[in-house]
Design a protein around this ligand. Structure first.
Ligand code: NAD
Length: 321
């Protein structure tokens, strides 16, 4: 019998890559996605096209408790990968309520429905932003996470705590995955690498917030998907938090040079003040994921950015996702 899995946010960037691999591995996949306008929903519909009808697509909101309950009742999922969220630090400062209702209440609805219908395995998409302004480098799962600086980060921290509760109280196996800035084909158009490539390619200026010394640990999508699958198959313990990063931080000004080289054009740079909510650095200690999941990031940024550019040009030419 095929195993049934629900992927929330399955039409999005990380979700669509995850669904493709699940389909290849023979899972019976349902996605729940509201195709919202955080970025052009046509992009999400094009992502879904790549499933070639292989996944059941339910268009709806994880905040709609009746819908979520009905879906779980009728499907009896063997696992849930919960990726649907309002993502992004800066927009969460403008619309904190939307982030809180989606990321906290939505996560609660899914955990409740999982409890009521006996779902044994649940993966939660958390974020490196929970570390806030962490002085200790690299960031490890055992570091305190009491210094978040944006509503987005606070919602992910709350989501992790709900996950911990639901494991402790009801025995659901739950893995919380702290993704460190993910990039690659189909990357969200609001994120730095995608924006920089698009603008530099078109001869338009890019915005650089701060002096260029902020650092980010970028993770190539293929590596993230391998971490998601490692966690899906991991059964030894009931609740774990895993950093999934690329395990190399790069400064913003260096990243811009890498993009310039990959695109083959110089950037025109607007230097703007640092943005509130942005942390100065992210840096993942991935030794726990290596030890327990066999996680091994294989694509360094200098290889990943040219791959993104290649994908971007193909997509801009003929719409191939
Ligand atoms: P994405 O925006 O491409 O995908 C999220 C999907 O969720 C979208 O298709 C959206 O329509 C859907 N969605 C949003 N609200 C919904 C709701 N109320 N009901 C149903 N569907 C809803 O984002 P992504 O980059 O693929 O991120 C996936 C997850 O990973 C998110 O939880 C995000 O917070 C987390 N994450 C991403 C990154 C990154 O760098 N991309 C880093 C850390 C954490």
């Amino acid at each position: 019998m095929e195993k049934k899995i629900l992927v929330t946010g399955g039409a999005g960037f990380i979700g669509s890559h995850t669904v493709q691999r699940l389909l290849k591995e023979g899972w019976n996949v349902t996605i729940l996605d509201e195709f919202n306008t955080f970025y052009d929903p046509a992009i999400k519909r094009a992502n879904v096209e790549t499933f070639e009808g292989g996944a059941r697509v339910v268009e709806g909101d994880i905040r709609d408790r009746d819908l979520v309950d009905r879906l779980f009742e009728e499907s009896k999922f063997d696992a849930v990968i919960h990726l649907a969220a309002r993502a992004g630090v800066r927009p969460s400062i403008d619309e904190p309520e939307l982030y809180i209702s989606t990321n906290i209440n939505g996560t609660f609805n899914l955990l409740e429905a999982s409890r009521k219908t006996g779902v044994p395995k649940f993966l939660f998409a958390s974020s490196s932003s929970v570390y806030g302004v962490n002085k200790k480098v690299p960031f490890a799962e055992t570091d305190p996470i009491l210094s978040t600086i944006s509503p987005y980060a606070a919602t992910k921290m709350a989501g992790e705590q709900l996950c911990s509760n639901y494991h402790h109280l009801y025995g659901i196996k739950i893995m919380s995955l702290r993704f460190f800035t993910v990039y690659g084909p189909r990357q969200r158009p609001d994120l730095a690498i995608s924006k920089f490539v698009r603008l530099i390619e078109n001869g338009q200026p890019i915005d650089q917030y701060g002096n260029g010394n902020t650092g980010r640990d970028y993770t190539f999508i293929k590596d993230i998907v391998s971490g998601i699958f490692g966690s899906l198959h991991y059964e030894d313990t009931g609740f774990e938090i895993f950093n999934l990063g690329g395990s190399e931080s790069i400064k913003l000004h260096e990243l811009i040079s890498v993009v310039e080289e990959a695109v083959g054009k110089k950037a025109q740079i607007n230097v703007l003040p640092e943005q509130p909510g942005d942390v100065p650095l992210t840096s993942a200690d991935v030794s726990k994921a290596k030890r327990l999941l066999g996680y091994e990031p294989t694509t360094p940024i200098r290889e990943g950015v040219p791959k993104f550019v290649e994908w971007y040009r193909q997509w801009a030419t003929d719409g191939t996702r």
